[in-house]
Write a protein that binds this ligand. Structure first.
Ligand SMILES: [Zn+2]
Ligand SMILES: [Zn+2]
Length: 256
């Protein structure tokens, strides 16, 4: 692994460590590029507040902290300002409007909730509903169609427990959108190491048949998980078994 674009920090209030600690681990583990993608602040139109993302009034501090690190370590590593963001149709323009006030290199899509968060279920809750699965695929496909998301993180976060044939049909649709809009899909190291329900083998078999681009993301929530050598090797090995060759670097889709 030479680049990782999925990195959190204390700013989102459920990850540990300062951005600089993540940078130092990235350098130690041989990365030449590190993208910060903490959970995006969102000025929800109805006043809703999320427990797992930074506050809107912290945006500038977050960006400035990363810009300082970019300069301090410019001889050793390239550092990018980004966010992991959901595609919430009613909140999308407001969310972008806030982060566009400051320097911004990229955003990646992590669709943690359906609809707009305050009116939709958590994507990762086990559910055998084909409608919920289809809604997730529709929403992530629409996210990709906006042209601002560089890739989709843990695209297999949706935790469908129903019939395999239904799952296959919907994931084929998701992969078709990925190919159509040129948005890579991320094999997620946090889920792999934590034995979560993702990465899901069947999902990645379907990805391999689809020809969609793929990328590995650390999804580091503690500094020592940035490009962790053993976890990354395990992810690479799993992908190799599916016949997948992940991109080493991704080109950003301009979110500005
Ligand atoms: Zn997180
Ligand atoms: Zn994440």
């Amino acid at each position: 692994m030479i680049a990782n674009y999925h990195t959190h920090s204390y700013h989102c209030r459920h990850a540990g460590g300062k951005p600089e600690e993540y940078v130092l681990t990235a350098i130690k583990n041989g990365l030449s590029e590190l993208g910060f993608s903490d959970h995006v602040p969102c000025p929800f139109s109805n006043g809703h507040t999320s427990g797992f993302r930074m506050y809107v009034n912290e945006t500038e501090t977050y960006v400035n902290e990363i810009l300082e690190l970019r300069e301090k370590y410019e001889d050793k590593i390239k550092i990018y300002v980004g966010y992991e963001a959901e595609y919430y149709p009613k909140e999308f323009e407001g969310m972008l409007g806030n982060i566009r006030k400051y320097p911004l290199d990229f955003i990646i899509c992590g669709q943690h909730f359906l609809r707009n968060e305050y009116d939709g279920p958590y994507s990762g809750a086990p559910d055998n509903s084909p409608e919920k699965l289809a809604e997730y695929v529709d929403q992530v496909s629409e996210a990709m169609s906006t042209g601002v998301f560089t890739y989709v993180c843990h695209p297999d976060l949706i935790n469908f427990t129903g019939e395999e044939s239904v799952y296959r049909k919907e994931i084929v649709r998701l992969c078709e959108a990925s190919v159509r809009y040129g948005v890579p899909l991320e094999y997620n190291c946090l889920g792999l190491e934590g034995h979560r329900h993702y990465p899901r083998d069947l999902f990645w078999k379907i990805v391999a048949e689809s020809g969609a681009d793929t990328v590995i993301g650390s999804d580091a929530h503690v500094p020592d998980r940035v490009a962790h050598p053993e976890v990354t090797a395990l992810a690479e090995d799993k992908m190799r078994r599916f016949g997948l060759v992940p991109l080493q670097r991704v080109s950003f889709k301009d979110p500005n």
